[in-house]
Design a protein around this ligand. Structure first.
Ligand SMILES: Nc1ncnc2c1ncn2[C@@H]1O[C@H](COP(=O)(O)OP(=O)(O)OP(=O)(O)O)[C@@H](O)[C@H]1O
Ligand SMILES: [Mg+2]
Length: 327
């Protein structure tokens, strides 16, 4: 599959009063047409910063410190320098953010907000834009769409607002949708509906999706491939089936054994002890080694992603059952 999105050796830092936070430390990823990539990892691992970098949204105190991003052959970041191509962000590549309330304008009706996006990117007139806006609300499963165009964000429930955000993100027929924790704030039933909606849109529109989530269950249900992030790096990437069947990195194994499964009692869950290292002065070598049960001296050397099985792993002992219980 030819890659639409290519991220190569991307580095992003934040200049803070305490020093330089190394948020992304050499991230490489690619995504094909119609493919869904899950990005998982603990809080602070760099998932949202990766998405923001693809959207051209890294801003002071943050800056791109190295690497490249290209979209469909066009440079978004080239050799560490931010580029400003037109017609990509908000049109071909769109994003649903972590908190929908901060991304909808409380003072404008949902219809006015949708129509603004549609008129800007599709160049439709007022009446056609309104028709399209209603179609988009209907497409994300909001009934009585025409009437609801005249309502304000506060008149929508959390789940409905998240649907509106998705409607906005797909209104201009993007090729890539980045969804950052699109269902975290929602209850389980609504979560399932939103995920079903994304899967349906993907099939109908041939969308590529990057789905950022803490929830491995969501990844299993929706994604083709997974990238596991830890302390600003990708430590393992591969197909969903391979990663769930044969997680090769001790961190991935730890994540999976701490994820609830329907067929196992909850008391078998074991969270990974300890916390990720700070990114002000990230350690040399494998960042997970301080929490890893099988760490050894050579883990102090930098670990690049290397082919292992059908995927890629950054570990001195890929595939070893690190937690020793075969879970
Ligand atoms: N504006 C900022 N100023 C300083 N540091 C920042 C800023 N934004 C992000 N960071 C740092 O970048 C790192 C990665 O953050 P990011 O938001 O990508 O994490 P995440 O994986 O999305 O976490 P979560 O699951 O909590 O959303 C963190 O160490 C964070 O502290
Ligand atoms: Mg985040």
């Amino acid at each position: 599959m030819s890659a639409l999105l290519k991220i190569e050796d991307l580095a992003v830092v934040f200049d803070t009063r305490a020093g330089t936070v190394e948020a992304l430390r050499g991230v490489s990823l690619s995504l094909g047409r119609g493919e869904t990539l899950g990005i998982v990892g603990e809080s602070g691992s760099g998932k949202s910063v990766t998405a923001q970098a693809v959207m051209g949204l890294i801003d002071v105190p943050g800056r791109i410190a190295g690497g490249s991003i290209s979209w469909d052959g066009q440079a978004l970041v080239q050799d560490g320098a931010q580029q400003h191509p037109s017609g990509i962000w908000g049109k071909e590549v769109t994003m649903v953010f972590q908190s929908p309330m901060t991304s909808l304008n409380p003072l404008m009706t949902i219809g006015a907000q949708l129509e603004e996006v549609i008129r800007k990117h599709l160049g439709l007139g007022r009446a056609a834009a309104r028709d399209h806006a209603a179609e988009m609300l209907a497409a994300v499963g909001i009934s009585g769409a025409r009437r609801r165009l005249d309502q304000y964000p506060h008149e929508f429930s959390g789940g409905m607002r998240q649907r509106v955000m998705i409607a906005m993100a797909i209104a201009c027929e993007p090729k890539l949708l980045i969804a950052d924790e699109p269902t975290t704030a929602l209850d389980v039933t609504i979560q399932a509906q939103i995920l079903e909606l994304l899967a349906g849109l993907q099939e109908r529109l041939g969308l590529s999706i990057i789905l950022i989530t803490h929830d491995l269950g969501i990844v299993a249900g929706l994604c083709h491939r997974v990238a596991v992030m830890y302390a600003g790096q990708i430590v393992e990437t591969g197909s969903v089936d391979d990663i769930f069947d044969r997680p090769a990195h001790p961190y991935t194994q730890g994540l999976i054994r701490s994820t609830p499964r329907l067929d196992e009692p909850e008391d078998r869950l074991t969270a990974i002890e300890g916390t990720p290292p700070g990114l002000l002065h990230p350690p040399e070598g494998c960042a997970f080694r301080t929490r890893c049960p099988i760490a050894r001296d050579d883990c102090r050397a930098p670990q690049a992603l290397r082919p292992f099985g059908a995927g890629f792993v950054a570990c001195t002992q890929p595939g070893v059952d690190a937690w020793g219980d075969g879970k």
